[in-house]
Write a protein that binds this ligand. Structure first.
Ligand code: PEP
Ligand code: MN
Length: 338
């Protein structure tokens, strides 16, 4: 629900409107533009609040046809949010390229990966220390040691680090090392985890669940923002469909729809969508063409030896050549890759 106040509305009347909303057990977000003041109601308002707001002094209109995720929606926040991660800004003209291995495997592997992706045009390094694997017998990640190695890779390469978090109790530990907390597809609806990263001080990359709707993804993001963390990026990483020709189906339509519905930056993961390295560049291009603010892509110095997702990992050369092909596309779309 949004209450629209005229620009001339006296301060005392404005304050009375805010008090009315807060007395109903809701929170407010206030946005001003040249003509009016929009007061967004955050929470679960009682049935009579719209009527009482309409009757309040200074209120021009009350809209109840608003999205159920008011903090994430573009309605009260028309400009795309800029998320600053050290020297990198996501959501502006510049496209963000995040690259690195699926898993952190060893010191030499993550340092070589960081060097390779930095040379190939990445602005951030990815690498999983905690891996949510389909089988309990698959490599589960180096955990705390992996975080330590990521910090070394950041120190050597200067690239901020994106790494996955799988449990609320790990937030403090992962925040000591990571620049961005990744929530994986399997945890998109782990609401305790969403609230926990919502209380953290680090930006979050929230991946869409493999069977989640766009609406469910936006609600999941609302959990994080409503818990206090506004620095959220969404990630389309492919969904389950009847097709088996690729690992998942990259939902480019979702990218365009997300860009319309939310002010949060949208990142595309062509690696988990394709599952096969030879199709990763095409899906990266499709994602960017659909309006994505960046990509997150798997790169391994020796993909055939990777402990996870080797088949979809680009070689360092493959990564560089993909980024070189993305540059003219970005320019044609009014974007840039540094
Ligand atoms: C990953 O990024 O390595 C990963 C596990 O991705 P997703 O959660 O999208 O499957
Ligand atoms: Mn992976």
């Amino acid at each position: 629900m949004i209450a629209i106040l005229s620009k001339e509305c006296p301060l005392a009347d404005k304050a009375a409107v805010l008090r009315l909303i807060e007395a109903a057990g809701c929170r407010v977000v206030v946005r001003e533009n040249e003509e009016e003041t929009c007061v967004g109601v955050i929470g679960s308002p009682p049935d009579d609040l719209a009527l009482r707001l309409s009757a309040a002094k200074g209120v021009k209109a009350v809209r109840t046809d608003t999205a159920p995720y008011p903090m994430v929606s573009r309605e009260a926040h028309p400009d795309t949010s800029l998320i600053k991660i050290r020297d990198v800004v996501v959501g502006g003209t510049e496209l963000a390229i995040i690259a690195g291995p699926c898993s952190v495997e060893s010191q030499s592997q993550i340092l070589a990966s960081a060097r390779a992706v930095a040379a190939g045009g990445a602005q951030m390094l990815r690498g999983g220390a905690f891996k949510p694997r389909t089988s309990p017998y698959s490599f589960q990640g180096l955990e705390a040691e992996g975080l330590e190695l990521l910090a070394q890779a950041r120190a050597q390469s200067g690239l901020p680090v994106v790494t996955e978090i799988v449990a609320p109790e790990d937030v403090e530990l992962v925040c000591e090392y990571a620049d961005v907390l990744q929530i994986g597809a399997r945890n998109m609806q782990n609401y305790r985890l969403l609230s926990a990263v919502g209380r953290a001080e680090k930006p979050v990359l929230l991946k869409r669940g493999m069977s989640a709707t766009v609406e469910e993804l936006l609600h999941a993001a609302e959990y994080i923002l409503s818990a206090g963390n506004p620095r959220v990026m969404l990630c389309e990483r492919g969904i389950r469909t009847f097709g088996t020709h690729t690992r998942n189906t990259l939902d480019v339509g979702a990218v365009a729809v997300l860009k319309a519905r939310t002010h949060l930056p949208v990142i595309v993961d062509p690696s988990h969508a394709a599952g096969l390295r030879e199709f990763v560049p095409q899906l990266a291009m499709a994602g960017i063409a659909a309006g994505a603010d960046g990509i997150i892509v798997e790169v391994h110095p020796e993909p055939e030896k990777a402990m996870s997702d080797g088949r979809q990992s680009l070689t360092p050369e493959g990564f560089k050549s993909m980024v070189d092909r993305l540059r003219p596309l970005a320019l044609a779309l009014g974007r840039r890759i540094s």
